[in-house]
Ligand binder design. Structure first.
Ligand SMILES: NC(=O)c1ccc[n+]([C@@H]2O[C@H](COP(=O)([O-])OP(=O)(O)OC[C@H]3O[C@@H](n4cnc5c(N)ncnc54)[C@H](OP(=O)(O)O)[C@@H]3O)[C@@H](O)[C@H]2O)c1
Length: 341
């Protein structure tokens, strides 16, 4: 099988394509409890870009296929009932540590980590199902559990951000979406966002303060971090919480990835907490994940929720497509597609 292996490159400026190598490997055999998936499509997320640079929460497995999430058909199963029942089905799958990822023609994984996908959902959408949609709903559920009427979210033109806008409507939660460029504001208004603010506008902080107070919003969904966490919390009502789930602002001169508003935390009860899908899924357990996935798959199948896609490429062309995605993330995901059969 053909595989896009992760290779070590110590140049911090090197593009993602310089960290990948197309190689041939033997197709693995599933052991007990495992399944072999013939990959149909895979996607690239910001976490893949960080992982390839060695800047993600887990150390990179060099010499193994990269790629965090994708979808395909289960073509073989080792001993065990779960895998046996998945044979012939389309599943969404994610890479686990210490083995090949999903940027490969075949992917070996534990049967119990696969999520069966409704036939009405195309493979390329299924390939984006496990990470962002489950996260977007998880963030909103956490905001609700914290007692906030709605959310402020930054980097709102991201796929997570667009899903938050759609999902929050079904939960009647108001959303203030924050973006860094004017054209992103137009994009979000076009998909039905009610409130969109641009960080570079001179009146940004005043507008945010007034709107957050009026809508009684006490949760920030923060994918940017850096100085944005403190800046936004300072504009929010007392006892607000920032849920930090990304560090898109990552800069060489910011070794910790963020800052917090110390005075506001002491005197106004502001709080900062983290969110990681892996921890959330472990907390949810299989039944909780299925419950969340049922709602999301219904919306995907009906076309009410979907991932925007900027390109479709073969394994050979995928490294260049990833480099393009890294420079144009709001344009949608770069999808790796495989020949069928
Ligand atoms: N914690 C978790 O478990 C978890 C799970 C899923 C996703 N995430 C995180 O969620 C975030 C969004 O992921 P995604 O796949 O939805 O992203 P995406 O669709 O690839 O889009 C990324 C977005 O971030 C914007 N952006 C990049 N750098 C920025 C900065 N410094 N300031 C403001 N905006 C910036 C981009 O805008 P431009 O076009 O202007 O660059 C783009 O709109 C990422 O940080 C990802 O790591 C976390």
């Amino acid at each position: 099988m053909k595989v896009l292996n992760l290779v070590k490159n110590d140049d911090p400026e090197a593009p993602s394509s310089a960290r990948l190598e197309l190689v041939e490997k033997d197709i693995p055999e599933p052991g007990p409890g495992q399944v072999l998936i013939r990959m149909e499509a895979a996607s690239c997320n910001p976490s893949d870009l960080y992982y390839m640079r060695g800047e993600y929460g887990v150390p990179p497995d060099y010499g193994f296929a990269a790629g965090l999430e994708g979808a395909g058909i289960v073509v073989k199963a080792g001993r065990g009932l779960i895998g046996w029942r998945l044979r012939g089905k389309r599943v969404a799958c994610v890479r686990t540590r210490g083995g090949d990822g999903v940027w490969a023609e075949y992917f070996l994984t534990d049967a119990k980590s696969c999520l069966p996908i409704n036939k009405a959902i195309p493979a390329e959408q299924a390939a984006t199902f496990l990470v962002n949609p489950i996260t977007a709903l998880g963030l909103l559920e956490r905001a609700r559990a914290l007692g906030s009427s709605g959310v402020i979210q930054n980097a709102a033109a991201s796929q997570v951000g667009r899903m938050v806008i759609r999902l929050a409507k079904t939960m009647t939660m108001p959303v203030i979406s924050v973006v860094r460029r004017e054209e992103q504001k137009e994009l979000l208004l076009g998909i039905g966002a009610a409130h969109v603010l641009v960080t570079s506008a001179p009146s940004y902080e005043e507008e945010l303060r007034n709107l957050a107070k009026e809508l009684k919003i006490q949760v920030l969904l923060d994918a940017v971090a850096g100085t944005e966490t403190a800046r936004t919390l300072m504009c929010m009502p007392n006892r607000s919480t920032a849920i930090v789930y990304g560090v898109l602002s990552r800069q060489a001169d910011d070794p910790y990835g963020g800052s917090y508003p110390a005075g506001n935390m002491i005197f106004a009860g502001a709080r900062v907490e983290g969110y990681w899908l892996v921890t959330d899924m472990a907390r949810l357990g299989a039944l909780g994940i299925l419950k969340r996935s049922r709602k999301l798959q219904k919306m995907f199948a009906a076309g009410e929720l979907k991932t925007a896609i900027q390109s479709r490429s073969s394994l050979e062309d995928y490294p260049a497509a990833i480099d393009h995605y890294a420079q144009n993330m709001s344009a949608g995901k770069a999808i790796l597609v495989f020949d069928d059969g």
